[in-house]
Design a protein around this ligand. Structure first.
Ligand SMILES: *[C@@H]1O[C@H](CO)[C@@H](O)[C@H](O)[C@H]1NC(C)=O
Ligand SMILES: *[C@@H]1O[C@H](CO)[C@@H](O)[C@H](O)[C@H]1NC(C)=O
Ligand SMILES: *[C@@H]1O[C@H](CO)[C@@H](O)[C@H](O)[C@H]1NC(C)=O
Ligand SMILES: *[C@@H]1O[C@H](CO)[C@@H](O)[C@H](O)[C@H]1NC(C)=O
Ligand SMILES: *[C@@H]1O[C@H](CO)[C@@H](O)[C@H](O)[C@H]1NC(C)=O
Ligand SMILES: *[C@@H]1O[C@H](CO)[C@@H](O)[C@H](O)[C@H]1NC(C)=O
Ligand SMILES: *[C@@H]1O[C@H](CO)[C@@H](O)[C@H](O)[C@H]1NC(C)=O
Length: 507
């Protein structure tokens, strides 16, 4: 045979053995599992890696409340505060996950949630909303009163003097409340104590927190444990809660991050009853996801999870804030916020809370559509396709009997400071396409692929024989069996040396 022929025959035989090999391998595994095993290896070259590294990304929409009857309330004419929602005040957010270490079983990365924070005037309620003027309750005064009541007995005696200069209500720009809120008292205190003077809500909410995750990857750790957390900041307990170790004795304290997720990726093949918890870093707790129902999104069937259930009783160690009993549907976050001020998270507008806000307020419009926080998760790949992460931050006020009249008016109220919604941005088109293939094509293609492998293997073997025989057609091949009469087909091959015996060697 000529060397060209040898090469061709060899190539055909390699192709044949490869396809036989793929066929045999396919007998032993399911393709979706195979794909998932590759996915959980979390390789740097993965097409979805770039999208993960630059996550979370999306829009942060903020809402504040304008008190429209401050004068009437002060004078005692109105018993309830009338509030008007102002928003959205929208910012573009892009995060960054910086991989520090990786091996076959773990990856360790630092999450920078707010690498980019950019005001989006066109997506806000008005381009100049930051310059709008609103009236708000004096949350510094109320928060301090609430905290002193719990930590400094008899504080009511000195309290009037401290706050003589403070108004019950403050009127200033939206920008001021979001980014620069401070009071003379706070400035003074910050010089002599650890109290931070700027208590503006976004200024503090968007401050970078240390978030170094070590999570499980790779098939060795089990596909079902993919991206489940081993440690956060090299601890198992959320750092802010560590000083409160006495609280840990209760098993119900959601501070242990073991097995929770960081809400960027989830394990593949999620079922409705698969336990999923996420680390809610802004409230320093682990938050269980509650499966609600299936929902169609962008051509994908997804599972919808809520972050808070309506009227859910808070876990024991989060059920009070500075001794103030919280209503159902809320939980304490005071260990986690600026100056450890008394504060509680609820769903926006007190949706799903047992707090009867209409005793104290007019103007909230709680409803599931606008106020229920949720995540839509594609269950086969474990990739979240969208989320609306919503919370309202409130100041719980204790019974202020014994304080001045103007403070007493706020007894037992929950005063919202703002609420926000983080809306995850759309996944890049090719990521959605890959997910679609993963869900709709991979599970069905195994029989077709295996048939194809067989056909290609057979074709390659026949091709090899035909080439070896000098390029005969199928007709000749089948009519004469394998290279029955060489002389006729090799007539033109003047230097042809091979004959049937040498073919056997090639085979
Ligand atoms: C807030 O309420 C006050 C009092 O009703 C009103 O004058 C002001 O225009 C409101 N601010 C905005 C931004 O609507
Ligand atoms: C991978 O790293 C983690 C810590 O980051 C370590 O506990 C684990 O033993 C390592 N695994 C391998 C296979 O080296
Ligand atoms: C807001 O007010 C400041 C100063 O009062 C002005 O410089 C700025 O242009 C205003 N911004 C908008 C969007 O109107
Ligand atoms: C706090 O200290 C700064 C300088 O460190 C000073 O400028 C400021 O006036 C002080 N504030 C009060 C309220 O004492
Ligand atoms: C955290 O949870 C894991 C798994 O449930 C458990 O093994 C571990 O002991 C817990 N750690 C602490 C400090 O409670
Ligand atoms: C809530 O408060 C309003 C106003 O005070 C009252 O009319 C209503 O009965 C209360 N609802 C409940 C469930 O207590
Ligand atoms: C072909 O095979 C025959 C025996 O079957 C042998 O005698 C002959 O030498 C071979 N010819 C060549 C060119 O190898």
């Amino acid at each position: 045979m000529k060397s060209v022929q040898w090469v061709k025959v060899t190539l055909c035989l390699i192709l044949a053995s490869l396809n036989v090999y793929l066929f045999v391998v396919s007998l032993g595994v399911k393709y979706p599992i195979l794909v998932a095993r590759e996915h959980v290896r979390f390789r740097q070259e993965m097409p979805t890696m770039d999208s993960w590294i630059n996550s979370p990304f999306g829009k942060l929409k903020n809402y504040v409340f304008n008190v429209t009857n401050a004068e009437e309330f002060k004078s005692g004419r109105d018993k309830r505060l009338k509030v008007q929602e102002i928003g959205p005040i929208t910012y573009r957010i892009v995060g960054f996950n910086d991989i520090l270490e990786r091996n076959a079983t773990n990856v360790k990365y630092r999450k920078h949630r707010y690498r980019v924070v950019e005001f989006l005037p066109e997506e806000s309620v008005s381009p100049d909303v930051l310059n709008w003027t609103i009236t708000s309750t004096n949350n510094v005064m109320l928060g301090t009163a609430s905290k002193l009541k719990a930590t400094a007995p008899y504080s009511e005696i000195g309290f009037g003097a401290i706050f003589l200069m403070e108004n019950m209500f403050i009127t200033d720009t939206v920008y001021y409340f979001l980014w620069e809120f401070t009071r003379p008292l706070l400035n003074a205190l910050s010089n002599v104590s650890k109290i931070k003077p700027n208590v503006a809500v976004l200024h503090n909410a968007l401050k970078e927190k240390e978030e170094v995750y070590t999570v499980n990857i790779g098939p060795e750790r089990g596909i079902e444990n993919f991206f489940r957390i081993e440690t956060l900041n090299d601890e198992v307990i959320i750092r802010e809660q560590l000083p409160h170790t006495h609280r840990l004795y209760s098993d119900q304290c959601p501070y242990n991050v073991t097995g929770a997720l960081d809400n960027s990726l989830f394990p593949p093949f999620v079922q409705p009853n698969t336990p999923l918890d996420i680390v809610a870093i802004e409230s320093c707790r682990v938050l269980p996801l509650t499966y609600q129902r299936q929902e169609r999104f962008n051509g994908l069937d997804t599972f919808r999870y809520t972050l808070l259930k309506a009227n859910q009783t808070p876990p024991a160690c989060l059920s009070t804030s500075y001794g103030i009993k919280l209503h159902d549907g809320m939980f304490d976050v005071s260990q986690c916020v600026i100056n450890q001020a008394p504060s509680a998270f609820s769903m926006p507008h007190f949706y799903g809370s047992s707090y009867n806000w209409s005793e104290h307020f007019e103007g909230y419009t709680p409803n599931a559509e606008d106020h229920e926080p949720y995540i839509l998760l594609e269950p086969v790949t474990g990739i979240p396709v969208t989320e609306k992460y919503r919370f309202q931050s409130n100041i719980p006020i204790p019974d202020l009997n014994g304080y001045s009249y103007r403070l007493r008016r706020f007894s037992n109220m929950m005063i919202p400071s703002f609420w926000y919604e983080f809306e995850m941005g759309q996944l890049p088109g090719f990521v959605t396409a890959l997910m679609w293939i993963n869900v709709n094509v991979v599970p069905h293609m195994q029989p077709y692929c295996m048939a194809l492998f067989l056909v290609v293997a057979l074709w390659s073997v026949l091709k090899a024989i035909r080439v070896a025989c000098g390029g005969i057609g199928y007709k000749d091949l089948f009519r004469r069996g394998c290279c029955g009469d060489l002389s006729t087909v090799t007539g033109l091959e003047t230097t042809f040396q091979a004959n049937a015996s040498s073919l056997v060697v090639v085979k």
